[in-house]
Design a protein around this ligand. Structure first.
Ligand code: C2O
Ligand code: CU
Ligand code: CU
Length: 500
C-alpha cells in the first residue's frame, strides 16, 4: 500500500487521531475498528530481541515419507517455560524433516486434531492438483486427509505447511511447517557435505509469551505482515551448534510469515550459494550476504577451516535498503556456530553443479501482467474496504469459485509482477510449477545470484517489476498463486490458475 499517499488523500497525519466528522465515519465503517487503525496506518518494524544462544540446535532428518502427521496443540519448553504451540507431532512445533529420493512414493495421512480445519500444501513439490493443499481441499476438525503422490523432480529443499484460506498465517506462525528434502543421483555425484555436516535451518520469527505464540495482527500488521521479536531456528529459540574446521552444507528455509532476512556471517565468511528453491544452480556463486524472503530456500556451503577451537561466530541478518517501513532496519543475530574440533577436510567446491537449460523469452506463447502494487486509489477513489485497504492482485481478492487465469498445458508463458507503484515487499509464489526469473527493473534493478536456476517464489521489492518465464507442463487442474507474506495472502492477495 502506498501509505504516504493514503495519508495525504485522507488528510490524516501520523500521530493524529480522528475522533469525529465524516472522515471518521469513513474509516469506522467496518466493525471492530480500533484507534490505531486510524493513525495514518503507518507500519513499524518489530525489533528482534536476541537471547543467549545457549540451546543446542537439533533437526533429525527422517528418511521416507510414509506416516501420519497429527496437527495438534502441543507444548514446547522455551526459556524454561512450557508454552502451547501447534505441531505435527506430540512434542515441539514443526513436523519431521522428510528426506526422500527422486521416484519415491509419499503416503502421508494428515490427522487434524485442531479445533478448526487445516490442510497441507507441499511447497516446491510438483504434485497433482488434488494433492496440493488447495484452500478448498481441507481436513475438517477431527478429520483426515490422505496425501499420496510420487516425487518426480530433481533434488532440492522443499517444505510443507497449512493452506486454509484466512488461517494460513496463524497456523504457520503458531508452529505448523516442516522440511521435505529430495535427493537424486546428479546431486550424489557431487559428494556434498552430508550427515552431520549438512544442517537444515528453518528460520522463523515468533511472538513468544508464556501463554504461547500470539497471533492477532492489527490492520497495520496485516499491511506489513506479522513479525515476531524472537528468532527461532528449527523451532528452537536462540540456538547454537558445534562445528568442526571444515565445509558445511546449510539448507536454509525462510519459514517466517513476513520477515525478510539479509543473511551473512559475523566473521564475514564467504557464503557459497549452490542451490535455491528448485535445486542446484549451474555453478556455485560466492557472496558475503544474501536476501531471503518468506517461502524461499537457499543451499549454502560455508567453510569453517582456519578457525581456531573456541571460535564463536554468528549467522546474522544485516540491515538492507528499500524494505518499506517495516523491514531491513535492524541487524541481528540468528544463531551461533561454535568451533569445537579440528579436522582435515578434502572437500573441494565443484565448479560445475548441474545442468540448467535457460528458457528463452522467445519461447513464451503469451504474457500476463499482474499488478501487485496495491495502489490506494483507483480511478480517483480510495481502494478502501470499509475500514482499511486490502491486498489484491490486479484489483482482485481471492475467490476460490473464480478461475483467474486459464492456461494451456505444455506451453511457456511470461508473467510480470508489477510492484512499481507499491511500497511493500511481496514474495510471489506459484503452486504446481517452477519458473526462471528473466528480468528485474526498478528497485534492485537486476537479478540476484540466487535467482538463476529454478524458482517457485520470487521477491518483488517496492518499486520493482519482475518478469518470470514458466513452463506449464501437463499437471492439469486448479492451482493458486499468491504473495507469500502470509498476512497478505490471508488478506486476499491470492488468485487461481487452471491448467487445461
Ligand atoms: Cu508456501 Cu501457497 O504456499
Ligand atoms: Cu507452494
Ligand atoms: Cu505481499
Amino acid at each position: 500500500m502506498q501509505r504516504r499517499k493514503f495519508i495525504q488523500l485522507s488528510g490524516v497525519s501520523t500521530g493524529s487521531l480522528i475522533t469525529s466528522g465524516s472522515l471518521a465515519g469513513f474509516f469506522m465503517a467496518g466493525s471492530g475498528c480500533r484507534k490505531e487503525h486510524h493513525n495514518g496506518l503507518m507500519t513499524k518494524p518489530v525489533m528482534v530481541i536476541e537471547n543467549d544462544f545457549s540451546q543446542m540446535l537439533t533437526n533429525p532428518l527422517q528418511s521416507g515419507a510414509n506416516q501420519t502427521l497429527t496437527a495438534q496443540t502441543t507444548t514446547v519448553n522455551i526459556r524454561g517455560a512450557n508454552i502451547p504451540v501447534l505441531g505435527y507431532q506430540p512434542n515441539g512445533m514443526l513436523g519431521p524433516s522428510f528426506r526422500v529420493n527422486k521416484g519415491d512414493v509419499v503416503n502421508i495421512l494428515l490427522q487434524n486434531n485442531l479445533s478448526e480445519h487445516t490442510n497441507i500444501h507441499w511447497h516446491g513439490l510438483k504434485v497433482p492438483a488434488l494433492m496440493d493443499g488447495h484452500p478448498d481441499q481441507l481436513a475438517n476438525a477431527g478429520g483426515t486427509f490422505r496425501y499420496q503422490f510420487t516425487v518426480n523432480q530433481r533434488a532440492g529443499l522443499t517444505w510443507y505447511h497449512p493452506h486454509p484460506h484466512f488461517k494460513t498465517g496463524k497456523q504457520v506462525f503458531q508452529g505448523l511447517a516442516g522440511l521435505f528434502i529430495i535427493n537424486d543421483l546428479e546431486e550424489a555425484t557431487l559428494n556434498l557435505p552430508s550427515g552431520r555436516f549438512e544442517i537444515p535451518l528453518v528460520i522463523q520469527d515468533k511472538r513468544l509469551t508464556n501463554q504461547g505464540i500470539t497471533y492477532n495482527p492489527t490492520a497495520e500488521e496485516v499491511m506489513s505482515g506479522y513479525m515476531g521479536e524472537s528468532v527461532l531456528v528449527n523451532g528452537i529459540y536462540s540456538p547454537y551448534t558445534e562445528v568442526s574446521t571444515r565445509y558445511y552444507r546449510l539448507r536454509i528455509l525462510n519459514g517466517s510469515n513476513a520477515r525478510l532476512y539479509n543473511l551473512a556471517f559475523s566473521n564475514n565468511a564467504d557464503m557459497i550459494i549452490i542451490g535455491n528453491d528448485g535445486g542446484l544452480l549451474k555453478n556455485p556463486v560466492t557472496v558475503k550476504e544474501i536476501l531471503l524472503a518468506p517461502g524461499e530456500r537457499l543451499d549454502v556451503l560455508v567453510n569453517f577451516n582456519g578457525l581456531s577451537i573456541g571460535t564463536e561466530l554468528f549467522l546474522l541478518s544485516k540491515e538492507f535498503a528499500n524494505g518499506g517501513d517495516a523491514q531491513g532496519k535492524q541487524s541481528f543475530k540468528i544463531m551461533k556456530f561454535k568451533v569445537t574440533a579440528t579436522v582435515t577436510d578434502s572437500f573441494t567446491v565443484p565448479t560445475k553443479l548441474s545442468m540448467v537449460d535457460s528458457l528463452p523469452a522467445s519461447s513464451s506463447v503469451r504474457s500476463r501482467v499482474f499488478d501487485i502494487s496495491n495502489p490506494m486509489e483507483h480511478h480517483g477513489y480510495p481502494m478502501n474496504d470499509g475500514m482499511r485497504m486490502r491486498h489484491r492482485i490486479n484489483n482482485k481478492l481471492f475467490d476460490s469459485s473464480r478461475i483467474d487465469e486459464s492456461i494451456k498445458s505444455n506451453t511457456n508463458e511470461i508473467w510480470v509482477f508489477d510492484n512499481s507503484k507499491g511500497d511493500e515487499p511481496h514474495p510471489m509464489h506459484l503452486h504446481g510449477v517452477f519458473f526462471q526469473v528473466l528480468q528485474r527493473t526498478g528497485g534492485r534493478g537486476s537479478l540476484i545470484v540466487s535467482e538463476t536456476g529454478w524458482k517457485d517464489t520470487v521477491l518483488v521489492m517496492p518499486g520493482e517489476t519482475v518478469q518470470i518465464i514458466i513452463p506449464f507442463e501437463s499437471n492439469l487442474g486448479k492451482f493458486v498463486f499468491h504473495c507469500h507474506n502470509l498476512e497478505h495472502e490471508d488478506d486476499g492477495m491470492m488468485l487461481q490458475y487452471e491448467l487445461i
